[in-house]
Ligand binder design. Sequence first.
Ligand code: NDP
Length: 454
Amino acid sequence: MNDTSSLHPILQPTFETVLQRNPGEAEFQQAVFEVMQSMSPIVGTHKRYAGRSIVQRICEPERQIIFRVPWVDDKGEIQINRGFRVEFNSALGPFKGGLRFHPSVNLSIIKFLGFEQTFKNALTGLPIGGGKGGSDFDPKGRSDGEVMRFCQSFMTELYRHIGEYTDVPAGDIGVGGREIGYLFGQYKRITNRYEAGVITGKGITWGGSQARKEATGYGTVFFADEMLRRVNDSFEGKRVVVSGSGNVALYAIEKATQLGAKVVACSDSSGFVVDEDGLDLEALITLKEVNRGRLHEYVEGRPHAVHTPTGQGSSIWDVPTDVALPCATQNELDESHARTLVKNGLKLVAEGANMPTTPGAMALFQSAGVLYAPGKASNAGGVATSALEMQQNASRDSWDFETTEERLRQIMIDIHDDVVNTAEEFGRPGDYVTGANVAGFIKVADAMLALGVI
Ligand code: NDP
C-alpha cells in the first residue's frame, strides 16, 4: 500500500515527510495518499501548486488538541476516556466537522476525517474550513445519565477551543441528537451565552435546522441520482444495498425508496438483514432511533427477512445489487467485496460514509467501469446543511423542510457538476475521485496562497 513511486515526482518527498511526521497513522496516511494520487495533473501543469510548501501545509493540521475526559458511571466508578479535536484547516471559514464517539477512535482516525473534511467542505462552496473530533467513549449500552455526564465532561474542556467564528462541531458516529443536546447544554451553561451557531445538528425547537437529520443520507442519494442522470438512467426500479443502519443509512434508504428504488439490505456491526420485500423504513427508524435496538430484532414477524450475524463468512456485499451505498464506517468494503459486487452486476457506488472503500476496491470499481463517487463529494450534504443551520442561526431565522431540502438538493447537483467538469478539464472524464480531489484542493490552496504563509 501507499507506493510512493506511483506519485508525481514533485509529491514524493512531501508524502515521505507525511509518513515520517505521522508514524503508524495508517488511516491518515491512506487519506493523504489518495488525494496525492489525484494531484498529478495539477502539480505537473500549475506552477503555483507545484511548490512543496502548499501541499505540505495542507497535510499539516493547524492545531491538534488531545485531552482527558473523566466521568463517573452509574456504579459510582470513575471512567477515563480520551478526547480529540483536530482543527485541520481554516482557510475558507471556521473549522467545521463532526464529533465521533466510538471505541476505535484514535488520532489517526480523527486526522484522516479532518483532512477529508477540509476538501469536502470546500466542495460545498460554503464558507467553512475543516476539522474533526471525538473520543474513544462508547455510548452503546450506556444509560442516558452516563452519556450526559460524559458529554458534560467532554465539553468542559472542548468549550475553550470552539465558537461560532472559530470551530463548529456536529455529530458523527455515536453522536446524534441526544449527545448534541447534552454538549450544547454544557457549552451554554459554562459560557452563559445562547450561542446557537457553536454546534450543529441541534433539535428543531432549540436552534436546529429542518432536514439536517436527513441531509447526509438524502444528499448521498441526490448525488447518486445525478450520476445516473448523466448516463440517462435513474433510481426507478433499481435494487439498492445500504450498509449501516445509523443516521446516514436510514435516510439514504428513505430517499432511495422515494425515488423508486427497492432497498433490500442494511447492516450494523453485529450483522446484516436482507428483506426481499424492500426494507420497512418506519420499523427500522423505530428500532434504531427510538428503541436503540439491534438489527436482528427487525426480522421478528417478517417471513421474507433474514438476519446474518457478523463472523459467519458472508457480508452485506454478497447481496446482489445495482447500487451500493456504503454508509457505516471506513474501510468496510474491500477488494474481495468489490469483486463480488462487480460479478453480481453492480452499476454504481456512492459513499455515504467517510472512506468506506479500500484503495484496492476503489481501483477495481474504476477499472470495471462502475460509477464510483468518493464520500468527500457524495456525503457532503450533511455538512452543507450544517452550514445552512449556521446561516439560520446567524440570521435568527428558520426555514421550512421543503426550502431546506431543495437547497440541499441544489448544492448536491452543484457539487456533482463541479466534480464532473473538473475531471474533464484535467483529462479524466467520468473520474469522480480526481474531480473531487482536484476541485477541493484548488479551492483550499487558492485561499491559503491568498492569505500568505500563516
Ligand atoms: P451512526 O452512529 O448513526 O451509525 C453508524 C452505523 O454504522 C451503525 O449502524 C453502526 O453499527 C455501523 N458501524 C459503525 N462502526 C462500525 C464498524 N466498525 N463495523 C461495522 N459497522 C459499523 O453514524 P452515522 O450514520 O452518522 O455515520 C456513518 C458514516 O457516515 C461515518 O463514516 C461518518 O463519518 C459518515 N458521515 C456522517 C455524517 C453525518 O451527518 N452523520 C456526515 C458525513 C459523513 P453499530 O450500531 O452496531 O455500531
